[in-house]
Design a protein around this ligand. Sequence first.
Ligand code: SF4
Ligand code: SF4
Length: 290
Amino acid sequence: MSGPRPTVSWNIVGGCNYRCTYCVQKHMPGIGGPTDEQLEAALTTLTALPGSWEFKISGGEPFLLKRLPEVAKRLATAGHKVSLLTNLSAPLRVLSTFIEAAGEQLRTFSCSLHREEVEEAVFLEKAQAVQEMLARWPRATFVVNSVVVPGQVSAVSTSRERFEEAGIKFYPQLMRVDGKPAEYGWMDRWRIDRAFGDMVSPSQMNRGYPLKGYLCHAGSKYFIIHPKGDAFSCYPGKRFGEGHLGNVFDGTLKLWDAPAPCRYEVCPCTVPQNRGIIEGFGQGAEEDAQ
Ligand code: SF4
Ligand code: SF4
């Protein structure tokens, strides 16, 4: 497939029911989900986006938003595609309702294994049940990911073997601190190379790439939405304050008209990397672990 695939990373709620010590969201204290009015305004804007966009919904934990299945349904009915990143703590009944609401518009169903919060065996059993639910939607893919906490590379490597034996894709996630890769010692780096050296695609591992100067459609064919409704061109665009695109709660969203050369030293954005948003990079990847 060629050309950029329009995609939105929607952090639909800020809160989370987990308290992972390595959380990059820092649980966004004080930032819950949208009010009913804000959600209506956002859906009015987003369902009207021209063409077919993929909405990669995450949080926090997106299932804290009770109306999440309805959001999936409305996006799907408008012809958009729906992907998800969850910690898989929601009851199977709720997960099933979401999957059925997105239906044939469902694409990547990603879930994160957080060992600090859940027993791996319990998580694996639930993951297998979700994989079975997804079988009736052939365009949907299922991915489990897990953060590689410094000092715990071997544990993640063992998890990879266990999930792959069960027929489930498993992608490690390098830890980030304040938007930058975490410091790994030489022993960890050696173990990461040994355990995950075969994972070279940006769809498999969030290594971060120096893409400064690459022509990028972030801001026109890709954007992120913060739980407060503000939209930005990409994560560095938000961090450095140059990529604000308006707000989907007050109807001020305005996308850029054309691509522009990337101005950031490192691109941490796996979603655009995997969807042809950056010209000449990552074309053809079909799903991502983020
Ligand atoms: S599940 Fe995800 S969002 Fe929630 S605390 Fe853990 S890392 Fe943060
Ligand atoms: S950081 Fe990545 S997504 Fe953002 S402009 Fe650069 S290449 Fe594009």
